[in-house]
Structures are given as C-alpha cells and as structure tokens.
Ligand binder design. Structure first.
Ligand SMILES: [Zn+2]
Ligand SMILES: [Zn+2]
Length: 270
C-alpha cells in the first residue's frame, strides 16, 4: 500500500506552499515563494520538482503565487485556478503558459489526486480552499479565510489531515502598531482566521479518522508558534484527542513530511 506525503513547505504572510505527494507524483497547493526557494525547499524535503503534476492556486495574493509562473514554465507544470483568479493573474502577467480552469464546487482529478475546491470568505477575486483525496487519505486545506463559513465547516470536517489557518491573536492584532486599515482588513469577516475561531472550530472539524492537524499562516507580528501550539494542545486534550499529530507551520523552513497510509494507523514523520 502506498502512502501520501504531506509537506508544508512554508506558510505565513511572506509565502505559502504545500506539497502533497506520493513517490512518483505530486501537486503543489500555492507557490508563494520564489521558484528558487520552492525548489530548494522541495529538495530539502527529498522531493524532486520533476514529479509535480499541477500547481493549484487558492487565490491571487502575492504570498500564494510569487513563484508560480517561473516554476510552472521551468518544469512544464500546468497551473490550475478558478477563472476569476486566473483572469486576475493573467492581467498582471503572473501565469505560466499552461493554464487550466476549475470551478469551486466541482471535483476534478490530477493523476491519482481527486480535488474538490470550495469557496472561502477572503478578500480576493474568487478564493478557494481544497479537499484533496489520494491513496484513500483525505486532506483539507484552507489557509486564508476571515471566518469559517458553513460551507468551510462542511467541506473541512471529517478529513484525515487538516491544514487550516490560525492567523493572529485578536488582542495582539488590535494593540499592534499596524495601520488601522490593515487591522480592519485582517480582523474582518473576509480577512484572516484568528486563533480563537480556529480553536473553536476544531470540535466541529475533527472526527474519529483525523490523525494530523497543522495550523498555518501565522502572523509574524501578532501571533507566535508557542501560543498557537499551547492553545491547540489544550483544545486537543479537551477533546480527548492527544493522539492527533499537531504541527505548527513555519514561514522559514519546511515541516518534516508526514506520511499517511489508511491501513497503518501510525504516521511516519521525517
Ligand atoms: Zn490572501
Ligand atoms: Zn495568504
């Protein structure tokens, strides 16, 4: 039985990219670092860029697309997005040559990956999260969302692995030196998910089969890995689920790859 590898190459307001891969094929969710940086992080994670079959773009913000064009053209990888997102990127000449459209709500396949994009509340043209199923492992990913809509809760619940945003501490955000319009944007319903909302959602999202939780897109100014880890550990203990592997995504370095195999309850991490 093959396993699915999940490698968070990096996450935060200065770049986001998540790799889902088996031994011979992979997809990249967002390409928010330079081409050189993404390649370096992939190689550091022992994954060859040659196996990438698709770059899926969640939305057009720079921290999700900055390396997409060069990476796509360098390796002949198709770039997938909603028509609104792609239209926006096309205007700014940020798209590679091979472009493919998906619709949120419609399932499509890339190799052995089954992908279901869904709309998320964020201030972009047509932002989406993804539920990806491969090797009978279901991974839910939503890194930029102002709140967890009913649709987000529905799509993200029951996943074997969950990668969601835990962007900021509300008080730290309010008391920060940031410009008022930025604070309003981040705190708004179409901004970024705060720690409290992320933790309150966990009882609704986690199910019996959930084995891996990664909290991501942490604000460098208004949050800390230690705080998010503590909150999440407390919540998982409260839910009587200390067995779930907890990771906090890092901006600067890739997380160790988590290998999931439905027939083996133990996760391999390296
Ligand atoms: Zn964004
Ligand atoms: Zn972002």
């Amino acid at each position: 039985m093959k396993s699915l590898g999940i490698t968070v190459l990096g996450s935060g307001s200065r770049g986001n990219s998540i790799l889902l891969h088996s031994a011979d094929e992979g997809i990249l969710i967002d390409a928010g670092f330079s081409r050189k940086e993404i390649i370096a992080r992939m190689l550091k994670s022992n994954v060859s860029p040659e196996i990438i079959k698709a770059i899926l773009i969640s939305h057009e913000h720079g921290d999700h697309i900055s390396g997409a064009k060069l990476l796509a053209d360098n390796f002949g990888i198709p770039t997938y997005g909603t028509s609104e997102t792609l239209k926006h990127l096309h205007v700014y000449e940020k798209l590679g040559r091979d472009v493919r459209i998906f619709e949120s709500g419609s399932v499509f396949n890339v190799g052995s990956f089954e992908i279901r994009p869904f709309s998320v509340p964020h201030d972009a043209a047509d932002p989406v999260g993804f539920v990806v199923t491969c090797q009978r492992v279901k991974v839910g990913i939503a890194t930029d969302m102002g709140h967890l809509s009913a649709l987000c809760l529905k799509r993200l619940s029951g996943c074997d692995a969950l990668i969601i945003e835990s962007n900021h501490d509300v008080e730290m955000q309010k008391n920060s030196e940031r410009a008022m319009h930025l604070k309003r944007r981040v705190l708004g319903k179409h901004g970024h998910l705060n720690n409290d909302d992320a933790m309150s959602a966990l009882p609704h999202l986690i199910s019996r089969n959930t084995r891996f939780l990664c909290l991501s897109h942490l604000s460098s100014e208004c949050n800390s890995q230690e705080l998010v880890r503590k909150l999440a550990e407390n919540k998982l203990a409260e839910l009587n689920r200390p067995d779930i592997l907890l990771s906090i995504a890092d901006q600067l370095i890739p997380l160790p790859t988590v290998w999931m195999n439905p027939s083996e309850p133990e996760l391999c991490v390296f």
